[in-house]
Design a protein around this ligand. Structure first.
Ligand code: GAP
Length: 555
């Protein structure tokens, strides 16, 4: 459950994102568009760094993964084959009073953070109703906050009904909220609308794919979809990649790109958006029978750790665990602490019908612990479906095993935007510091790992009206900017310039002062002050050493 301090923290992060140009509401000048977000100058750099690090870790640093960049709109039969046309839907309810749409499976979660629901729950701690407190609330504050709650229209009548059914009240307050919103006293209980307290209709499925038309005729036959995931393009191009590259199973194809879902209730800032980006890997492996026949037995772990070097006798279970570990290692390498992440194994009843196992990597966001990435063992479901629907063989000829088969797949699928939000949440900190004059102030700092930080170094001439200082600072900027993103700033006191870079998450600041230009003797000439964001410590560094020193931190 979100606490007031976590709500405040989230509000501060959202406000910093706008103030410093990380994330803006899309189309803001026209009132915004719900579920769509733009990345400003700092956000665009942060996102680019994250995507490049993922791409590098998948393709450049490995021999067994290649990349793909497919179109967003593809043949509609792809989505028929994948099951998205028939089953990619969320349960949706409409409020009978305010007409707003709500995702039925998220109502209770939403109501956890809504003050009016909290106020009602507070009148029945642990399920023991304080009728007087509830009546007072219904006639006072409640009548202004949630006028559509059935309780508000007939406080005494509803209170009598609740008192009658007091034995049914649960400690979480669900039955109480249902009783108070349901207009028909004799009918089944309804769920309350989080927006106004009205009755929600029964859930019905709502397909999440955005539809469009290809070509000018715009008939039913021309319907196409904006892809709801990048994965299916990888399956659809599997044969072309195998035929055109020298890949051998086990191998992977990865892709980064936009995905679109017409989410019923986009929320929690960018966490659930309608347009977002995914980084997906489909890692193709031999079916277990083939491994068994080839190597004599399938490896088992017996509770031990997963080796970091893949082995020929791995079946799907070890490959799956290997990818879970790899993904944790990657998140740690870009600055998410292991203690901020959780590993969640989906229960058998939660698994998609084709999945053998799915592990979600969860991040402890300020609004709750939620999914960052899913790692699914999808058997050979997708390739088999495309084989059936397209009539084209998806079999792979394995020369080592001398046999044909449809490969199985392990799919680590991550959301870029959720990761950006996790990185911002992890990095955001406020701390009390004392300035040179002994005054206390709050320093807002984003403690990004240098690898992902949008700006790697701030470059400051001590004074902007001293041409020697300015020219030297510009020289340092020109030395570093082919290697990394740097920011030249000559405005205001050095302390203020440091604070601005702290808020942007810049790990290093370089000040060019009178020592640098040799005014205080030759021994410090050609050196700058390097200030570290996190410790705020400073050291003298030779300009000539800067490229190697900084590159070691950011690459
Ligand atoms: N191909 C598998 C797949 O798409 P998913 O769990 O639906 O699986 C994978 O999505 C990841 O994409 C999620 O873990 C999440 O990070 C991201 N994602 C999904 N829906 C999203 C949304 N509406 N807004 C932002 N990110 C989303």
């Amino acid at each position: 459950m979100s606490t007031q301090s976590s709500v405040n923290r989230m509000e501060k992060i959202v406000s910093l994102c706008k103030r410093r140009g990380f994330i803006f509401q899309s189309s803001e000048i026209y009132g915004g568009l719900n579920g769509f977000w733009d990345y400003g100058p700092l956000g665009a750099e942060l996102k680019r760094n994250v995507k490049e690090l993922w791409w590098k870790s998948m393709t450049r640093l490995r021999d067994d993964i290649v990349g793909l960049e497919a179109t967003i709109i593809m043949h509609p039969n792809i989505w028929k084959a994948s099951g998205h046309v028939d089953t990619f839907s969320d349960p949706m309810s409409t409020c009978r009073a305010c007409k707003k749409l709500v995702r039925s499976d998220q109502v209770w979660e939403m109501l956890e953070t809504i003050p009016w629901a909290e106020a009602i729950r507070a009148t029945a701690p642990e399920g023991n109703l304080d009728s007087e407190a509830l009546l007072k609330w219904a006639k006072g504050k409640g009548s202004r906050l949630v006028p559509n709650l059935a309780l508000i229209k007939d406080p005494e009548g509803f209170l009598a009904r609740v008192t009658q059914r007091a034995s049914e009240l649960d400690p979480a307050g669900h039955t109480l909220l249902q009783l108070l919103c349901t207009a028909d006293a004799n009918g089944p209980l309804c769920m309350p609308c989080p927006h106004c307290g009205g009755e929600l209709t029964e859930p019905r499925p709502f397909n999440l794919m955005f539809k469009t038309y290809v070509g000018p005729a715009a008939t039913e036959e021309d319907i196409a979809y904006l892809r709801p995931e990048t994965a299916q393009a990888i399956f659809a191009q599997f044969k072309n990649v195998v035929d055109s590259s020298r890949v051998k199973v086990p191998f992977g194809i990865c892709q980064i790109g936009k995905a679109f879902r017409n989410e019923v209730t986009p929320r929690n800032f960018t966490f659930r958006s309608r347009e977002f980006e995914q980084m997906e890997l489909e890692f193709f492996i031999k079916p277990d029978e083939v491994v068994q026949a080839q190597t004599g037995s399938i490896a088992t772990l017996d509770g031990g750790p997963v080796p970091t070097e893949p082995q020929p006798n791995w079946g799907w279970e070890i490959w799956h665990k290997y990818w879970v570990e790899e993904r944790f290692r990657w998140y740690e390498s870009i600055g998410l602490k292991r203690s901020s992440l959780e590993e969640y194994w989906q229960k058998p009843e939660e698994l998609a019908h084709y999945a053998r196992a799915t592990v979600d990597i969860l991040y402890k966001f300020p609004f709750g612990t939620q999914e960052l990435e899913g790692i699914a063992a999808r058997s050979n479901f997708d390739l088999t479906q495309h084989q059936t629907h397209s009539g084209k063989s998806m079999e792979y000829f394995d020369q080592e095993a001398n046999q044909r088969y449809v490969p199985h797949v392990i799919e680590p699928s991550a959301g870029v935007d959720r990761l950006i939000l996790a990185l911002l949440s992890e990095a955001y900190e406020e701390e009390e510091v004392t300035d040179e004059k002994g005054n206390k102030e709050v320093r807002t700092v984003l403690r990004f790992h240098p690898r992902v930080a949008p700006i790697k170094a701030g470059i400051f001439p001590l004074l902007k009206n001293k041409p020697e200082l300015v020219n030297k600072a510009l020289e340092v900027r020109d030395l570093l900017r082919p290697l990394m993103n740097v920011f030249y700033d000559d405005g205001g006191a050095i302390g203020r310039r440091y604070r601005r870079q702290d808020e942007a998450g810049t790990p290093f600041c370089l000040t060019i002062d009178f020592d640098t230009i040799g005014e205080n003797g030759p021994e410090k000439e050609g050196t700058v002050t390097l200030r570290h964001r996190d410790s705020m410590t400073q050291e003298r560094v030779r300009i000539a050493d800067l490229p190697a020193l900084l590159m070691a931190q950011i690459s």
